[in-house]
Design a protein. Structure first.
Lengths: 231, 168
């Protein structure tokens, strides 16, 4: 029986061979218990590497690293009332948005009058944004900020998506306040049409999709949740 | 400005992966974050060299790898001063079972640190980062056959170092 070379064996293991070659090596491995064992060991090694190093992927990016990229983003995406800019958000996958969520903590000044406050590294809605999240129903918009969807996340916390004149985002209840889970610029040309809150901005939809557990609240449930203090 | 915004956005999105690659190359998490920071700064300074439509991840990974290589000589001198024998015993202890992934990360970083640089980088790129042989070869500017043979040696040495057992 032919024993594949090391290079060919591992190329097979890594899915680098064409179908014909792969089938040949597979047959050789199937016929040789030692090779089968070796394949299993190396698959286990790779799984272990990916699990161990995957913890880095899942960990929050340290602030000094995100800060290195922040200067221009401050004007483009992060400021709640910033002038609308080009559709930068279209390029913004969820991971980036979450990174922005961390990054924004070091950027937005902690002013009592701003729509966002930073406390212990968390971003919280404040002022008009907080009022809107606390009181407004999706069915009864008023003021500059419109509420989109209300739902529970996987931890059971109530979350609400919102859209303002130049930004949209998602906030969830945390310690009795609205903690921001994402903040996005509104694409140019849509700034005047922000009634489409909750779902029209694909990046916001993605964020909602990745956060929601179950169905969004209907109007009655939304009202009941508000009346019981968003618990 | 649109492309600059897209560039920065892309770079921010890459941060977690770049950090993971840095952990694959570095001997400890502090060094890994230093390397990531240096990579981000270099990438931002060199942004005009990135051509839109090409892969930003490969471009940024290559920057990181080159920065890492720049410090290789210093690393080598330091490694030569340190005796590896004790490490080897620690690494070999109970590699299976319910070990916490984050604890295992330190062990795996330690094992990776024992590999020669040219093996370590292909193990990191292919087995951890998930690049194909061709992509890795392009990033490293070596033939695919070289990548394949370094990967064989690197993963074989790594298996001996950590002694993974079958999880069945």
């Amino acid at each position: 029986m032919n024993v594949p070379t090391d290079e060919k064996f591992f190329a097979w293991l890594d899915g680098e061979l064409d179908d014909v070659e792969a089938a040949r090596v597979e047959a050789e491995v199937a016929a040789d218990a030692k090779l089968g064992e070796l394949a299993a060991q190396h698959r286990a090694l790779q799984a272990r590497l990916q699990t161990a190093f995957g913890t880095v992927l899942d960990a929050p990016v340290p602030a000094p690293l995100t800060a290195a990229t922040d200067d221009q983003r401050r004007g483009e995406v992060l400021q709640f009332r910033a002038k609308p800019h080009g559709p930068v958000w279209k390029m913004l996958p969820l991971a980036a948005m979450l990174a922005v969520g961390i990054l924004v903590g070091s950027l937005i000044p902690d002013r009592a009058t701003g729509p966002i406050q930073v406390q212990a590294g968390e971003l919280y809605a404040a002022a008009a944004l907080n009022d809107a999240l606390d009181m407004q129903l999706a069915s009864a918009p008023s003021g500059d900020i419109r509420i989109g969807l209300t739902f529970r996340d996987r931890t059971g916390a109530i979350c609400r998506s919102f859209t303002g004149p130049s930004s949209s985002g998602l906030a969830c209840r945390h310690d009795g306040r609205w903690a921001l889970r994402g903040l996005l610029g509104v694409p140019e040309g849509q700034a005047d049409d922000y009634r489409m809150a909750g779902g029209e901005n694909p990046a916001l939809s993605n964020l909602v999709d990745s956060t929601i557990a179950g169905e969004p609240f209907d109007a009655a449930r939304e009202r009941a949740a508000r009346d019981s203090g968003w618990r | 400005m649109g492309s600059s915004g897209a560039f920065k956005t892309g770079l921010v999105a890459l941060l977690p992966r770049l950090r993971r690659f840095a952990h694959g190359l570095s001997r400890n998490p502090a060094d890994a974050d230093d390397l990531t920071q240096a990579t981000i700064e270099r990438a931002l300074r060199s942004s005009e060299q990135w051509r839109e439509g090409t892969r930003l991840d490969s471009w940024a990974y290559r920057i990181m790898r080159n920065l890492w290589i720049d410090t290789a000589r210093a690393r080598l001198r330091r490694a030569e001063r340190e005796a590896p024998a004790e490490d080897a015993e620690q690494i070999g202890v109970d590699p299976t079972g319910a070990m916490e992934a984050s604890v295992d990360l330190a062990k795996m970083m330690s094992a990776m640190d024992r590999l020669p640089d040219e093996q370590r980088e292909v193990v990191a790129l292919i087995l951890i980062e998930g690049f194909g042989y061709r992509e890795a070869a392009e990033m490293l500017d070596v033939p695919m056959g070289t990548v394949a043979s370094r990967l064989v040696r690197g993963r074989t040495a790594l298996l001996e170092l950590v002694g993974v057992e079958r999880a069945d």
